[in-house]
Design a protein around this ligand. Structure first.
Ligand code: GLP
Length: 261
């Protein structure tokens, strides 16, 4: 995998947004897989700036959701569908009928999961999947010891993840659902390009385990090592526990610009 160390979150956002813009210029109806959480926000802001300046038109792109809470009404402000509408689709000018996501309110959750995997396949698969990382190394909501071959399915959140996400629910952990639907690790690995973005010291251990540790389900993001085109973009703080940081800096500094990430 390629590791790109950037000075700060804004620089990381710009690099990832530029990769998305290049993709959409080449393939206007590309499927962009997007993540929630605080980390990807600079990406969406940088891409929206490019849209407003006319540098790229993403209006034909399709936007695919990574994960969703089970049981929150779709119009709940913290359902990931609502979050992505607010933070991604509206600023980018993408219509909701180009949005792909699982139904977190379905009575038959398993059928909803299977329907989502089928919808992703029918759309031609995800071209670029943006990922954040949990403090425990989760991607999407694939908590530690998720099968590396897993498909989209229901998962139970760890208490740590519920604590981490309580900030979106007025700091009240009781409001954070226990169950979620997440693209499986096997599903995520089918995207043509995986881009994991991590910023801040709190992610340094998870980043080091994912990049330099063994491939192991106890650290779900380590599955990126199995992917032929995986890029990890980290700021200095998130990179602070990487033993090979100087090597990663050297290779990126000497990379031809036309290649992108
Ligand atoms: C949630 C999301 C993940 C995200 C993680 C980290 O658990 N399901 O997709 O990567 O939070 O969020 P943040 O970027 O806010 O640290």
């Amino acid at each position: 995998m390629e590791v790109v160390i950037v000075p700060d979150a804004a620089a990381g956002g710009e690099i990832v947004a530029e990769a998305m813009a290049r993709l959409v210029r080449r393939k206007p109806d590309a499927v962009l897989g997007v993540a929630t959480g605080s980390t990807p926000l600079p990406v969406y802001e940088a891409l929206a700036t490019k849209v407003r300046s006319g540098a790229v038109d993403v209006s034909r792109a399709r936007i695919a959701q990574l994960d969703e809470y089970v049981g929150l009404p779709a119009d709940h402000p913290e359902s990931y569908r609502s979050v992505l509408r607010r933070e991604v689709l509206e600023p980018l000018g993408v219509a909701m009928d180009q949005f792909l996501g699982p139904d977190g309110t379905a009575d038959d959750v398993q059928a909803a999961c299977e329907a989502y995997d089928a919808a992703l396949a029918a759309a031609g698969g995800v071209d670029l999947q943006l990922l954040g990382i949990g403090t425990d190394g989760h991607i999407g909501f694939n908590e530690p010891c998720s099968s590396l071959a897993s498909r989209t399915r229901i998962k139970t959140l760890t208490e740590q993840t519920r604590v981490d996400n309580a900030r979106f629910f007025d700091g009240d952990i009781e409001q954070v659902p226990h169950h979620v639907i997440t693209q499986g690790i096997g599903t995520i690995l089918e995207a043509r390009h995986l881009v994991l973005l991590a910023t801040g010291e709190g992610k340094a251990d998870a980043v080091a385990a994912s990049v330099e540790g063994p491939v192991a389900s106890v650290c779900p993001a380590s599955a990126l090592q199995l992917h032929p085109h995986a890029t990890v973009v980290v700021d200095e703080a998130a990179a602070s526990k990487l033993k090979l940081a100087d090597y990663f800096r050297h290779t990126y500094a000497n990379k031809p610009d036309w290649q992108g990430i």
